[in-house]
Design a protein around this ligand. Sequence first.
Ligand code: OAD
Length: 266
Amino acid sequence: MLERASEALREAQRVVVFTGAGISAESGIPTFRDAMTGLWARYDPAELATPQAFRADPELVWGWYEWRRALVSRAQPNAGHLAVAAIEARVPDMVVVTQNVDDLHERAGSSAPIRLHGSLFAPRCSACAAPAPVPSVVSTTSAGAPAAGDVEPVPEGQRLAPPTCAGCGGLVRPGVVWFGESLPADALSAAVEAAARCDLLLAVGTSGVVYPAAEIPEVAARHKATVIQVNPQPTALDRVADVNLRGPAAVVLPELVRAAWGDGPA
Ligand code: OAD
């Protein structure tokens, strides 16, 4: 399996790496399908990540996203993110398409990931859509000592009032795509185009059930690209994958890179 995948990767000229929450799991960021733990345990992420939830209880939703942003700010990219950046350094044409709203790909050295679901670091007004400043760095009270520069703790499970827009006074919302909302059209079309022309797509850490993002590996498969999946569990993408590498991204991706190119510098 690993041999077949590494050979295909070594020979590929155009690669798409399509990632989901699983690639950040080993950096300590919980996935969406994992049951939430601690004080968030009584909420379902699929219910918090909606425009209806924000309208009904903006402080709950803003508090949850700020807690996640604080978690991400304190997290480090893992060996999986670093392996993705290493692939970019070796393949002539390589595009990262991510459903994640964290910034761990960029911090690992990926140059310009296409973000299908927005970013935790791009808040905007929910009324007029004007970009809003990212609140100053926050820390969670549940995850150890605050880092230097932290000003405001975001306790787990706690409501937090969203800031208001400097222009119109509307409530500021996270710059992410919620269930029922459209994906950014330019990001989606760039991702579809990259998938249609790649010769290998590597799907990492995604359940493949949220559309239209989950179309990306299907587009690649339809255009006869080799599809390699990295995931410890079976997923909806098993049917389009030519090779399934079962295991955690932070273990399997570095193995794949080593098997393809050895340990030498790019
Ligand atoms: P999910 O939470 O649906 O799925 C996470 C996937 O990661 C599962 O298939 C796990 O088996 C896998 N996984 C867990 N640990 C892993 C590890 N260490 N290495 C590799 N894989 C691992 O996350 P997404 O597929 O990203 O959308 O979810 C897609 C979208 O649904 C998200 O972007 C979000 C969501 O709810 C919106 O908020 C619109």
